[in-house]
Design a protein around this ligand. Structure first.
Ligand code: CA2
Length: 157
């Protein structure tokens, strides 16, 4: 089974600027930890970061028929992008949204996420550890999907 991790605009700057908000960890370090979790738990993982809304929409669409789960931090697009929300909704692949900061404790414009409403779950405010929690949640979801497929196979046999 495969999980695709999608990182939105400016997250490539993690660990370089604004460490008081987002901490000292670089995106590559976060991804290394996720890679280890995936290999320990027997699933494939791919990473994608873009600063462009359309590229994120394209990457979500490419998940169709290819990925079993999506972990996404749409960053600022969480609060503005109907296009990313529609793409997540269209592919019907379980997605977990991650926010490093607690968006509910920040400016009003960050408190609402258009994309979170079409995700299976949301994790916010626990720093980069949120990506680990998303992996734990996703592996649970994938196990449930696997078990449901097995059951279906047995019923069809
Ligand atoms: O808390 C999060 O993960 C956010 O998705 C991060 C976004 C922000 O617009 C959302 O409201 C909450 C911003 C990502 C920008 O990341 C930077 C990292 C280092 C330096 C500058 C920006």
């Amino acid at each position: 089974m495969k999980v695709v991790v999608i990182q939105g605009p400016n997250l490539n700057m993690l660990g370089i600027r604004e460490q008081h908000i987002y901490g000292p960890m670089k995106l590559e370090q976060i991804h290394e930890q996720m890679k280890k979790f995936a290999s320990d738990n027997g699933f494939e993982i791919e990473f994608f970061q873009s600063n462009l809304e359309g590229e994120i929409v394209d990457r979500i669409q490419e998940c169709l028929g290819d990925a079993d789960g999506i972990i996404i931090n749409p960053a600022a697009y969480s609060h503005t992008s109907i296009a990313i929300r529609d793409a997540l909704s269209a592919v019907q692949i379980p997605a977990i949204e991650v926010h490093i900061s607690n968006i509910h404790a920040r400016e009003d414009f960050r408190k609402h996420s258009l994309t979170a409403e079409v995700c299976a779950g949301v994790i916010a405010g626990v720093g980069p550890f949120g990506y680990h929690l998303a992996m734990v949640a996703m592996s649970q979801i994938l196990n449930e999907i696997r078990a449901a497929r097995e059951m279906q196979k047995q019923q069809n046999a």
